[in-house]
Design a protein around this ligand. Structure first.
Ligand code: AMP
Length: 399
């Protein structure tokens, strides 16, 4: 079974072709600068990197270029489009309508369009990718895999905000959560590492990259997560503030020095590690300044990440009455052993103790718990494309 996985953004499309009999990536690549000058498609097979500049005015042309590469007599990995068994699309927001991944046809387009307002920077582009594939290779089934669906079974008390109930009814204001595909993947892999059924374990998954979210996973689904209605809240991120008192927003607005747009920019693009340190949104830059140059604001940015991460872990241990595993993933979670050490320090009371030597790894799947740790602490590199391909396979095989 060969599955094509697509992630359509505003001006780019990431793609991967996987052979699911071996879970091997046959070809991966990127279409970039869609609608701009010097648009290009780059791809990689067996370590060979290629790039071609060509006119790509829209997503349909970009995806047509992807199909051309896949079937190219020299670089391609299939000889015919019919060898593509299904296409899996990363889709950011499923709202309350889509609780699971779904096979999508032209009939679903109006329902998907209704979700655009929930993720205006992502969903419309995801949808354009779906529409283009339905037109280009209509004989191949398409599956959409939502970032929100792993969180769709959170209990009401976890997803509701204590705001007037009408806001939920009228505007859909509630916690949705994001990074669900990543949380789902690493939680499943954690169950495999523990040798226990997924539905029976309790896991806290820490997805720490440019965007960060933690999830409490129980009974095979997320029961709480740190991102909410938007991708702004929870633990401080590269440029996003994370949790802060929303009274600050109305206060700043009343000063007359800010507009709704400038405040949006402030909390999404100018806050987090960048805002506190004044240096960068990238963890490696902050660490370098904090450790090598003893920069106080860089150290404060690190302290804010570590401290808030601890509070979420403590909170999720409380709501689940403990956990079997704590999992670190994504850019910082997989590579930043120093971050893992800081977050896990002083949590012996809660049953978390890491082996500091085992922890000194970057980007590898490893159990870093000390023998006496009641909770297993695991590093599991995420693989959202593989998870999308697995869901796509499962849904299309049933058909
Ligand atoms: P992602 O969004 O998952 O690609 O993660 C990006 C984040 O991972 C950035 O803040 C990087 O600084 C961070 N990162 C990548 N490699 C390392 C590393 N070796 N140590 C610490 N942080 C890292």
């Amino acid at each position: 079974m060969k599955i094509l996985v697509l992630n359509s953004g505003s001006s780019s499309i990431k793609f991967q072709m996987l052979d699911m009999s071996s879970e091997e990536v046959l070809l991966r690549g990127l279409v970039e600068r869609i609608g701009l000058e010097e648009s290009a498609i780059s791809w990689k097979t067996d370590g060979d990197q290629h790039k071609k500049t060509l006119q790509i005015p829209g997503h349909k042309e970009g995806l047509s270029a992807v199909l051309d590469i896949l079937t190219d007599s020299e670089h391609g990995v299939i000889s015919d489009f019919n060898e593509i068994d299904a296409v899996g699309h990363r889709y950011v927001h499923g709202g309350e309508e889509y609780k699971d991944s779904a096979v999508v046809t032209a009939e679903d387009i109006p329902a998907l369009e209704k979700l655009n307002h929930l993720a205006p920077l992502h969903n419309p582009h995801n949808l354009v990718g779906v529409k283009a594939m339905l037109e280009l290779i209509p004989q191949v089934p398409n599956v959409i895999v939502f970032d929100t669906s792993f969180h769709s079974r959170m209990p009401e008390k976890a997803y509701m905000y204590a705001l007037p109930y009408e806001l939920y009814e009228q505007y859909g204001i509630r916690r949705y959560g994001f990074h669900g595909t990543s949380h789902h993947y690493v939680a499943l892999e954690a169950a495999a590492m523990l040798g226990r059924p997924f539905e029976e374990i309790k896991v806290i998954t820490c997805h720490m990259g440019n965007g960060t979210s933690f999830s409490a996973v129980q009974n095979g689904h997320s029961v709480d997560t740190s991102l909410g209605f938007s991708t702004m809240c929870g633990i401080p991120m590269g440029t996003r503030a994370g949790d802060f008192d929303p009274g600050i927003l109305t206060h700043l607005l009343n000063t007359g020095d800010f507009t709704p747009e400038s405040l949006h920019d402030l909390i999404y693009k100018k806050s987090g590690m960048l805002g506190v340190s004044g240096i960068s949104s990238d963890m490696r830059d902050i660490e370098q300044k904090a450790w090598n140059e003893k920069d106080k604001r860089a150290q404060l940015a690190l302290d804010l990440v570590h401290y808030n991460a601890k509070k979420f872990i403590g909170g999720y241990l409380a709501v689940m009455n403990g956990a079997d595993a704590l999992v670190f993933t994504a850019g910082i979670g997989e590579n930043g052993w120093e971050t893992r050490e800081e977050i896990c320090s002083g949590m012996e009371f809660l049953g978390i103790k890491i082996d500091k030597e085992k922890n000194k790894v970057r980007g590898k799947r490893v159990d870093i718990s000390a023998p006496e740790s009641r909770i297993k602490v695991l590093v599991i590199p995420t693989n959202e494309e593989l998870m999308i391909a697995k869901e796509t396979l499962e849904l299309t095989q049933e058909k």
